[in-house]
Design a protein around this ligand. Structure first.
Ligand code: FES
Ligand SMILES: [Fe+2]
Length: 391
């Protein structure tokens, strides 16, 4: 799994470590209304419904009859692998009178039909309405006009991605753009295992959580007791791919690694390689596994967090303790970020600040925040594009 950028990134990291070319952007400010205003929240939620978000490990729906039910930006979502082996996503809402069909948070295997608990309308694993009591009571609504509403869905990097708004065929190649080939090269599209998962509601604006993953200015302080010793202070190597970003955080071990044998694998061992898929999904590639999470808004001061560890087939034989240990290291650090995001939310509510300040090494946060501004603005003016990675 080699990569044309491995040597460039490696050499860039070495130059940054030695202080020759540390990457920096422009300082910026971020109005606190972005994180507090209920109207802004509503506009973001509407705009985000038109974009993909990771919703769960693809391994959970690997075989015909596999399914799971979740929620995304307030939309109940049902994933089902049909008897034709096609993975489909639906709005998990009955076409009769709107009850939730499959219980949210549940999953299973070998399912051939979904029965609405209210009046027993029954859908097959392809979403078609196949039966209902007293068929003759609905002379104006033929079964074939009452299938579950289908949503755009894709599998990539061991995850299922869904756009939670029905619409014309979604341009998935345009969405992943040039990063598609890069994440495919990591080898996570085969059947991956997902030994760990976590879901919870975070008491802060979703963007405060995501910002923490786009800078390393905080590492030596916020993560003093966990991962600070592994990393250089205040160094990032950032690249934009349309609205997506790749962030490489060099570890201290990189300087001692054998530079003559540079490979993507070695880069992953001696740095954190983070893929941020706009607007909500992070993948942290760690060589033998990926820890991914998505964070979406639930309210101005609440966000839905879902996180998964993904292990490719080639590494699946490693002992369970290895994955548990890595999952703990990951979450010990992320929990520190999430606790600080909650603290910031309370701080913002105090009125002490009219803006947040991004320093020159927090430029990736500013890029993200400005893309969200542009998305919300485009939604308001009808100028939204389904090709977020264009350019
Ligand atoms: S609402 Fe589903 S069967 Fe009536
Ligand atoms: Fe952090």
């Amino acid at each position: 799994m080699d990569h044309p950028d491995a040597r460039t990134l490696w050499q860039g990291a070495l130059r940054a470590i030695s202080g020759i070319e540390p990457q920096r952007g422009e300082p910026a400010t971020s109005p606190v209304a972005r994180y507090l205003d209920p109207q802004r929240h509503e506009r973001e939620r509407r705009a985000l419904r038109r974009l993909p978000h990771a919703v769960g490990p693809a391994a959970r729906v690997a075989a015909a009859g596999d399914w799971f039910a979740t929620a995304l930006l307030g939309v109940p979502v049902l994933l089902s692998r049909g008897d034709d082996a096609v993975l489909r996503a639906f709005i998990n809402v009955c076409r009769h009178r709107g009850a939730i069909v499959a219980a949210e948070g549940e999953c299973g295997r070998g399912r051939s039909r979904f029965v609405c608990p209210y009046h027993s309308w029954t859908y097959d694993c392809r979403g078609a309405l196949t039966g209902r009591p007293h068929e003759g009571d609905f002379p104006d609504l033929p079964r074939n006009a009452a299938s579950l509403v289908e949503l755009p869905v894709a599998e990539r990097c061991g995850l299922v991605w869904v756009v939670p708004e029905a619409g014309p065929a979604f341009d998935w190649d345009g969405y992943f753009g040039p990063l598609a080939a890069e994440i495919d090269r990591l080898g996570y599209d085969a059947a991956v295992a997902s030994p760990h998962e976590r879901r919870f509601v975070q008491p802060s604006n979703w963007k405060l959580v995501l910002d923490a993953n786009l800078e390393s200015y905080h590492f030596q302080y916020a993560h003093r007791a966990t991962i600070a010793h592994l990393f250089h202070d205040n160094l990032v190597q950032q690249a934009s791919f349309g609205r997506h970003q790749r962030i490489v955080l060099p570890k201290r071990s990189l300087a001692e690694a054998p530079a003559d044998a540079v490979s993507w694998e070695l880069l992953g061992r001696h740095s954190n390689v983070i893929y941020f898929f706009f607007p909500s999904t992070f993948l942290l590639w760690e060589g033998d596994h990926v820890n991914g999470f998505s964070v979406t808004p639930e309210g101005p001061a609440a966000s839905a967090c879902a996180s998964w560890m993904l292990v490719p087939a080639g590494h699946a034989k490693r002992a369970a303790e290895h994955w548990s240990r890595n999952w703990k290291i990951f979450w010990d650090a992320i929990d520190e970020d999430f606790a600080l995001a909650a603290s910031m939310q309370r701080g913002l509510d105090s009125g002490a600040n009219r803006v947040l300040n991004f320093g020159r090494n927090e430029f990736a946060c500013d890029l993200f925040e400005r893309e969200i501004d542009a998305l919300v603005e485009a939604e308001a003016t009808g100028g939204w594009s389904s090709r977020p990675t264009a350019g």
